[in-house]
Design a protein. Sequence first.
Length: 312
Amino acid sequence: MQYLYSIVPENVNYTSALVDEIIEGLVLRYPFLETGSIGNSVMGKKIPYIRIGTGKTQVFYNASFHANESITTPILLKFAEEYARAYLADETLQGVSATELYEKYRLYLVPMVNPDGVDLVNGALTEGEYFLHAKDIAASFPDIPFPSGWKANIDGVDLNLQFPAGWENAKRIKFAQGYDRPAPRDYVGSAPLTAPESEAIYRFTTEHDFSLILAYHTQGRVIYWKYLDYNPEDSYRIAQYFGEVSGYTVEVTPVSSGYAGYKDWFIQEYNRPGYTIEAGEGVNPLTMSQFPQIYRDNIGILVGGMTQISPI
């Protein structure tokens, strides 16, 4: 089935309100999609998810942990739209039957982990107490442009440094770099999982049985696949496959950012494949002009995150 227009725009900066509208439109067009919320942000905004498929093998992709990396959000939304369209039309997705994917896998997508931060960077939050608080935090870090350099949640906590996987090591490294208090980036928080957005992702993960996770970030065209000496079965093979279909390089996470991330915790906790995908190239936030190329590069990863895992 062909539609006259796509629900997911490729030429605008994303906000939490836009994500809500897109998900509403996707569900109206494709009512077999399941949606809901994994929790709330600091400002009380819902953090929505989409579920596609009814299979027993569960897979999880997320995006926009970092506020100035929101170009990752439409990667997941566009994939949801293309997958749903292919399933409805009984067509293939990257040469794979969408019906087969739907029946064998259960894919969960959280397209915007950090709605408050994204709204700050992309101009949907320009006044009020939360904006003024963020501006006050940023004033202590004049070398980081405001708001374009903002990665954290609205409280100045880096959501991808909040997980109980070497958190004390991350704290030591980041404090030594000067991020020892709420900051636009790289502040680990006062303890693991103190930020509601990170805690929501943590809880959502523990409530499911994910065989593989992808965490989308920008930039560098790099796939990070390892945490310390953990080596889940098939993890490196799948990373190499992702590299082949995307053209991205496969690397071990640098020590300076090698602890307390979501991918790190997932690997440590479950000993299953987990990946950070650093999409695109340039200085964050990347412009939406890069989106078509980024999506072309990543479609094979998005499908492969299911097909490279043997279904239950």
